[in-house]
Ligand binder design. Sequence first.
Ligand code: PMV
Length: 324
Amino acid sequence: MSTATAHPNIALAKYWGKRDERLILPATGSLSMTLDVFPTTTTVSLTDADEDSVVLDGETLTSDEAARVTTVLDLVREASGRREYAAVSSTNTVPTAAGLASSAAAFAALATAAADAYGLSADGALLSRLARRGSGSACRSIFGGLVRWNAGDSDDTSFAEPLAWAGPDLGMVVAVVSSARKSVSSREAMRRTIATSPYFPAWVESNAALLEQMSIAVDAGDFTLLGELTEQSALRMHASMFGAVPPVRYLTAASIALFDAVGELRASGLECYATADAGPNVKVLCRADDAQAVSNRLAEIVPNAEYRVAHTGTGARLVEEEAE
Ligand code: PMV
């Protein structure tokens, strides 16, 4: 029995769109910050049952719901040469499927626990590739701090790596405007954007270029450039979805109010930048030293949201079971 824990990550340069659906190869690379809040803990035990079982927050998933978990387990079985089925139990501390990247933490924890349970000796790159097959963004939660997912062009070459950040310690204020389940999954929304949005090609081209600029900002420790590019990548990603038919619109009036409020704080000299994913919640990048002030000020301007202050967190890791 092996247990691992992992944290969500928030993309600063977004991943949106796959060039290969089965292998989950992304249209462009992406760059994220791993958080120190909302961990997911996952236990994998080998069983003599005749199928895998998956329990998420105490509820047993149907085999359809568990399909992506089974995909990752199959890959680990293949790589380790073992055949036993597994019992998987996972506990999220973040509202599931509300655009807060619970799947990223979950699949990073799953890959780490499953590799250990099956005796597979896996380095970070292999764990990242395994996590990617559950949910693309999960490949980044294998590592802590700032992380770049290189798009690659094959299963072997598409994985994340940790980056050295030379700038000030980072904070991220998570503004939860809704913890309802999202109406369209990111998988379906990506498909629709690729198939119908005239802006998708422009998104791919511009985001690939933005990622290179952002990597330079990371090397240089340039917080302002990192932040400006973060907002651009988020808005361009959502613009590509707005162009889909029917449109995919995850941002609500409350999300837009938060982007405006972040602009107000910036204008007043409190430097921070907004981003949002496949849901209405907004995450605000700032210096760690400013995070509490950003959270307090946002709560004054947009009171009907819940705020949580986060910082950079660690990558996925095995945890010792408590002695019985
Ligand atoms: O990994 P998925 O399928 O949950 O896609 C996540 C996509 C975004 O969260 C919207 C952006 C990103 O890079 O995390």
